[in-house]
Design a protein around this ligand. Sequence first.
Ligand code: CMP
Length: 141
Amino acid sequence: MKNNITFTMIKPDAVEKGYIGGILNKINEAGFKIIAMKLTKLTKDKASEFYKIHEEKPFFNDLIEYMTSGPIVSAVLNKENAVENFRKLIGSTNPEEAEEGTIRKLYAESISANAIHGSDSNENALIESKFHFNENELFNY
Ligand code: CMP
C-alpha cells in the first residue's frame, strides 16, 4: 500500500467561520501537495456511508447532522508518509488535547465540531479519496 496520500475534509464549522484560507495555508506550509479538491455539501446518505464505522456510537446522529449542516472542502493531499504527517499537523480529535500550532488547536471549537478530518490509515486514505473523487480527478496520482 502506498503511503503518500491522505484524504481531508475542512468541516462545516470551519468553512462557515471563514477558515478555509488559513487551514489551506497550514497544509501548504507543511509541505503537502493538493492533488484533488472541491467545495461540496454531503447528503445524509453520503455522510452516513462515509462514517459507517461510527454508526453504533452515541454521537453518530449528531455527527451526521453536523457534517451535512453546510458546505465542506474535501481534498486529497500528497506527501511522504502522508497519513501520519497529516494527523500530526491536525492534532488530537479533541481540540482541548491538541498540541499548540496544530490545525485543531487553532481552528476547532469542540470534539464534535473539530474543523478538519484526516484519514487514519493508508487503506482508508485510498477508500475515502475514491469515495469523494473519480480516478481522473486525482491529479498526478
Ligand atoms: P473525524 O476524525 O473526522 O471522524 C469521526 C468524527 O466523529 C470525529 O472526527 C469527530 O468529529 C467525531 N467524534 C469523535 N469522537 C466524538 C465524541 N466523543 N463525541 C462527539 N463527536 C465525536
